[in-house]
Design a protein around this ligand. Structure first.
Ligand SMILES: O=C(O)CCC(=O)C(=O)O
Length: 258
């Protein structure tokens, strides 16, 4: 969705845009807000991110398929900046869908490098009731922020919008996905992609020499817990958070002596 002038100036959504965004997530499984984070902040995030990625690539094997890295982010500036963790546009949509008592429980990134391949199409979460065809409302959302433009060449995320987030767990994802419509999400750096955790998607090959970082937060209903380890938050950083952010991260691990 493109923001209108007033939304760009205020950094917030009008009631009509918020309602549309919520419906897009409910029906298509995702929504994109193009280039909403300031370019200077995205450069700062990228400058902090790339050395961490380099260190990870040196230290550990690829963990999401060929030349593709999932990497947790340290809870420190610039990553714990309010413009990322409690962006007013992302949070308006997240809270409208998950409730104002939702939590944030994942603080990480996905980066394909040159030589990466297509991932298998997947959903980021198990169905709540695998034995049932019951379709339940969203219980978790991923908020992605891209640190570079996502182009056809550098491995954009590909999403299956045809209601895949509402498919019962028993369906043949592997057989159905190639027969269904998918959409490669090309978006300028600093965009916000909000997607239902259940929506089918995959990473695609990065054919350029530059890493293609995609930051990822998971917001969830307060009663839902993914199997990811808790986010480790130094006490000093936790104390600096707004009351709203403290509430979002209330179930994570606040480190006493870090
Ligand atoms: O390419 C991306 O940003 C997402 C990759 C992904 O879906 C995964 O590793 O599970």
């Amino acid at each position: 969705m493109e923001l209108n002038e007033a939304e760009r100036a205020s950094g917030t959504l009008s009631a009509a845009s918020l309602a549309q965004a919520v419906e897009l997530v409910r029906h298509d499984g995702y929504v994109v807000f193009e280039a909403v984070l300031p370019p200077a902040f995205i450069s700062e995030l990228r400058a902090a991110f790339l050395p961490l990625l380099e260190e990870t690539v040196r230290r550990q094997p690829e963990n999401r398929g060929s030349r593709r890295y999932q990497m947790h982010l340290p809870f420190k500036p610039p990553f714990c900046d309010a413009r990322f963790i409690e962006h007013p546009i992302a949070l308006a949509v997240v809270e409208a869908i998950l409730g104002s008592d939702c939590v944030c429980q994942y603080f990480a990134s996905d980066t394909p490098l040159l030589g990466s391949d297509y991932q298998a199409v997947h959903s980021d979460i198990h169905p709540l009731f695998p034995e049932s065809d019951l379709i339940v409302p969203a219980y978790g959302l991923v908020v992605n922020v891209n640190l570079v433009d996502f182009t056809p060449e550098n491995g954009p995320l590909e999403i299956w919008p045809g209601g895949t987030h509402k498919m019962p767990g028993r369906v043949d994802l592997k057989g159905l996905a190639p027969r269904m419509r998918s959409h490669a999400v090309h978006m300028p750096a600093g965009s916000i992609l909000i997607r239902d955790l259940r929506a089918w998607h995959r990473g695609t090959p990065n054919r350029t020499s530059e890493p293609r970082p995609n930051l990822a937060l998971i917001y969830a209903r307060h009663w839902f817990k993914t199997s990811y380890p808790p986010i480790r938050i130094p006490r000093a950083e936790f104390e600096k958070l707004s009351e709203r952010a403290k509430k979002l991260f209330r179930f994570e691990q606040v480190l006493q002596d870090a």
